[in-house]
Design a protein around this ligand. Structure first.
Ligand code: GDP
Ligand code: MG
Length: 166
């Protein structure tokens, strides 16, 4: 089995942290500043059963200028070409306008989407279920997976679910 997985989400939700944890080396740039990831950076995660090629996809956001517009198109095309999209959100922040924009883009593709709720180390466990219920109403996510990319919680489960889908 093998496949391409694109990771999207608002700046600072933890996309690079996740990729770095899974691939095990610092390939994507991590920073507190938004939009430090300017290229699609690919990392390959290999097990006995599968090979997953991760793409850190910048540019899915409301374009503010011409370059942003171009990056948006690149990102939109990427979404159509991959086998799976991981749409990552920050558990602390909840639903925002940036998410609304991304979900509209997701509705224009047939690619399966997992909702990844990151930074669960930052919230009370009681806050998780309402968040899941809220996002369920917005899009028919194939899976909803709470993780902490920083602390490593539930990453193995997610990788297994990705492998099962490929
Ligand atoms: P990106 O813009 O989506 O690529 O986000 P980054 O991976 O650069 O992460 C942005 C910030 O969030 C960094 O300071 C990370 O250390 C932090 N971060 C990422 N994942 C987690 C997490 O699971 N828990 C917490 N508490 N912080 C995280
Ligand atoms: Mg990044």
């Amino acid at each position: 089995k093998s496949g391409f997985v694109s990771i999207i989400g608002r700046p600072n939700v933890g996309k690079s942290t996740f990729i770095n944890r899974v691939i095990g080396q610092k390939i994507a740039i991590m920073s507190d500043k938004p939009q430090t990831t300017r290229n699609k950076i690919q990392g390959v995660y290999t097990t006995n059963q599968s090979q997953t090629i991760f793409i850190d996809t910048p540019g899915i956001h409301k374009p503010k200028h011409k370059l942003g517009d171009f990056m948006m198109k690149v990102a939109q095309n990427t979404l159509k070409e991959v086998d799976l999209v991981l749409f990552m959100i920050n558990a602390e922040e909840g639903y925002g306008r940036g998410d609304e924009f991304i979900i509209e883009r997701l509705k224009q593709t047939n690619t399966p989407v997992f909702l990844i709720i990151n930074k669960i180390d930052q919230i009370h466990p009681d806050e998780l279920l309402p968040l899941i219920e809220q996002y369920k109403k917005l899009y028919p996510f194939k899976e909803i997976v709470p993780i902490s990319a920083l602390q490593g919680n539930n990453i193995d489960t997610l990788l297994q679910q990705i492998e099962d889908l490929l």
